[in-house]
Design a protein around this ligand. Structure first.
Ligand code: BG6
Length: 511
């Protein structure tokens, strides 16, 4: 009998990840409780985790903000957020147990008394709820305040992880606005916390479909042999949104689409698509392979023709008239911030030499969709008449990250009939059709991983640096050129984006 090939090696994955992963005694201190991120993502995710039985019974949540609130006021805020945004049904008994562990500490970030109170609260929770002193500090606040807050945590004895209890800090992007500021930010964090105590959230890595890129590539034998420049023509990574900037002018203006999305989500997606097989599925091995991709990624020489950027003008979206970016509340009429960005990246490795990676993102585009399309070269020879293959385009494998999660394979097939006519068809895998359980929200997975101290899904500082290193020249180039092009809301970006691909005879997919 042939021995089974491709067997798994238990030594390579010391934690059996099929077992339910349940957090041990712990709590979380949330800074920035009034922000969108806390209300829409963090609070609902904590409830959903509790509802799924993945939090310890004594789990505690402490809110810290400049508000004159009592514990009940904070509980009401969390309650409203959960009711509006949680993924799983509201269950009174789950809520009751969870909310008994809610505390609120009022104060400014530079207020010593408030941080003394915070320390006392953390100690009390340890006594009352058995958190074991294990606390994660979640900074859902603008990066400008990171320094003050982590400084206070250190000064007030809150950042002192020991062999008996852990302390972790969770930070959200933007990790700086360029390479230099990212380094400064890292110095601030690294001055107080050890590298393995710092959890940087890139919520795309918490998405099931994004994790599935690695399963698809490395658990199967049919994709990897063609996953290289011999077969792949180019790769398109699209993250399109139909929404505008909403109430986020303060954050978005001056940041723009490239810093907001390409620097983190899209370059991480690219790294997962392009990386070599890791020797194990642990954080160190994964990061190492992603880092190699980012370190070998370069921009083409001519940035004016290989990048594109735009700003949405008024237009129609979903049958509704919407305003342009410059008319949004809080945006200066002279703003040069881009709401659409596209770049070309070349990965200089044997596997990818000559295969462009096109990355694009934008607000107010045709529809909300994130996908990775691996587009293959044409067959070297077509033994048909040219009319038979007129409607045949290139084979493609499309990883549908969201919505409508799944995978599409596009290839040519004979149209039934007496003549030989070949046309593109799609073969489809949809999560909904294969799995009964709905995917968890990215934040559920990531918060659980923080509480478990499980780091594979969190980018390390080196990856952040390499991503800025790649992107900085593009942003500098655009800054020199002044205002971006415009595109009508509801379309797929400015004409310059189409021109960027048309130069090499390629076109963007219309997802
Ligand atoms: C965030 C960006 O990281 O991702 C937002 O800052 C964007 O601008 C959001 O809207 C999109 O996330 P998702 O999960 O809805 O694709």
């Amino acid at each position: 009998m042939t021995p089974p090939s491709g067997s798994t090696n238990p030594l390579r994955d010391p934690q059996d990840r099929r077992l339910p992963r349940i957090a041990g005694p712990s709590g979380l201190v949330l800074f920035g409780v009034t922000g969108d991120l806390s209300r829409k993502k963090v609070m609902p995710a904590i409830y959903d985790l509790a509802n799924r039985g993945l939090l310890p019974p004594g789990f505690s949540l402490v809110g810290f903000a400049r508000r004159d609130w009592a514990d009940q006021d904070f509980a009401q805020i969390v309650h409203d957020a959960v009711k509006e945004h949680a993924r799983t049904p509201f269950r009174e008994e789950v809520w009751k147990q969870l909310s008994e562990g809610f505390r609120f500490v009022p104060g400014n970030f530079d207020d010593d008394v408030a941080f003394d109170n915070l320390r006392r609260t953390v100690e009390e929770l340890d006594q009352l709820r058995g958190t074991g002193g294990n606390m994660a500090f979640y900074l859902a606040i603008p990066p400008a305040f990171f320094g003050t807050v982590v400084g206070q945590l250190e000064e007030h004895g809150l950042a002192d992880g020991t062999a008996d209890h852990w302390r972790r800090v969770v930070v959200e992007k933007p990790f700086g606005h360029d390479l230099a500021s990212a380094r400064e930010l890292n110095d601030v964090l690294a001055g107080v916390f050890e590298p393995d105590e710092i959890f940087r959230i890139d919520h795309y890595l918490g998405k099931e479909t994004v994790q599935n890129i690695l399963a698809m590539r490395f658990a199967n034998n049919m994709f990897e042999p063609i996953w290289n420049s011999n077969y792949v023509d180019h790769v398109q990574i699209t993250m399109a949104e139909d929404i505008g900037i909403g109430g986020r002018a303060g954050y978005y203006d001056g940041i723009g689409a490239a810093r907001d999305v390409i620097q983190n989500h899209l370059l991480q997606l690219m790294a997962l698509v392009a990386m070599e097989e890791p020797i194990a599925f642990d954080a160190e091995s994964l990061r190492l392979e992603k880092q190699k991709v980012l370190a070998s990624a370069v921009l083409p020489r001519r940035l004016d023709t290989t990048t594109a950027r735009g700003q949405y003008a008024a237009g129609w979206q979903g049958g509704e008239k919407v305003i342009g970016f410059l008319d949004e509340e809080g945006i200066a009429t002279t703003s040069a911030t881009e709401t659409f960005a596209a770049i070309t990246v070349e990965v200089e490795t044997r596997r990818w030499a000559g295969v462009p990676f096109y990355l694009r993102t934008g607000k107010r585009l045709g529809r909300r969709v994130t996908e990775v399309a691996v587009v293959f070269k044409r067959a070297p020879h077509l033994p048909f008449t040219s009319t038979a293959t007129e409607e045949l385009t290139q084979n493609a494998l499309v990883i549908r990250v969201q919505p409508d999660e799944g995978l599409t394979m596009r290839f040519g097939s004979k149209v039934p009939g007496t003549a030989m006519e070949i046309r593109d068809v799609n073969m489809d895998f949809a999560y909904g059709g294969s799995f009964t359980e709905a995917s968890a929200e990215a934040y559920e997975r990531l918060i659980l991983d923080v509480l478990l101290g499980d780091p594979p899904l969190f980018p390390q500082h080196e990856e952040v640096e390499l991503s800025w290193k790649l992107l900085d020249p593009v942003i500098e180039h655009w800054a020199k050129k002044g205002k971006p092009d415009t595109y009508d809301a509801g379309t797929w970006g400015p004409p310059s984006a189409d021109a960027m691909l048309a130069r090499s005879g390629r076109t963007w997919r219309r997802p």
